[in-house]
Design a protein around this ligand. Structure first.
Ligand code: NI
Length: 163
């Protein structure tokens, strides 16, 4: 296992449109495994491949219910609106307030190449939208209001930083 270097804002790879994954082979599974390791060690709740310098459509997340690996994720349904703070491992030390869909359904391929559907609301919906944005070269700071340094109180509470 490997802890990968997380690219930060200003690195052009974060602004690329990531390429679809054509074949989920051992190399891709290894990348997903290393990304999960990197995410947990950060610590964070989500990571997209461009954040480790590889512009392919792969995200890993853990909204508190275990790891998920999603290749070529696509939002196929959304509902409602939710406003909350979020942060990003590629924009260290900052948080901002982002309006997103309250619920989403995502289809993707899992690490075995099986087509899966993930339907989520709240924290899970937010992470999914944040990570899928990374695949299109979008950072949360592009959409956020009131981007500001993380405060002590926030690090200890439920502020959803670190995805
Ligand atoms: Ni992020």
């Amino acid at each position: 296992m490997l802890i990968l270097e997380i690219r930060t804002e200003g690195d052009p790879v974060l602004r690329e449109t990531a390429k679809p994954v054509k074949i989920i082979d051992g190399k891709m599974r290894d990348l997903a495994r290393d990304m999960l390791e990197t995410m947990y060690s950060a610590p964070g709740v989500g990571l997209a491949a461009p954040q480790v310098g590889i512009p392919v459509r792969l995200i890993v997340i853990d909204a508190g219910d275990g790891p998920r690996t999603l290749f070529n994720p696509e939002i196929v349904w959304r509902r409602g609106e939710a406003v909350d703070d979020e942060g990003c491992l590629s924009v260290p030390g900052m948080i901002g307030t982002v309006t997103r869909s309250a619920e989403v359904e995502v289809i993707a391929y899992d690490r075995d190449g099986k087509l899966v559907s993930v339907r989520g609301k709240g924290f899970l919906a937010r992470i999914l939208q944040h990570e899928i944005d990374h695949l299109d070269g979008v950072l949360y700071i592009d959409k956020a209001e009131n981007v500001r340094p993380v405060e002590e109180e926030c690090e200890e509470s439920q502020c959803s930083e670190g995805d």
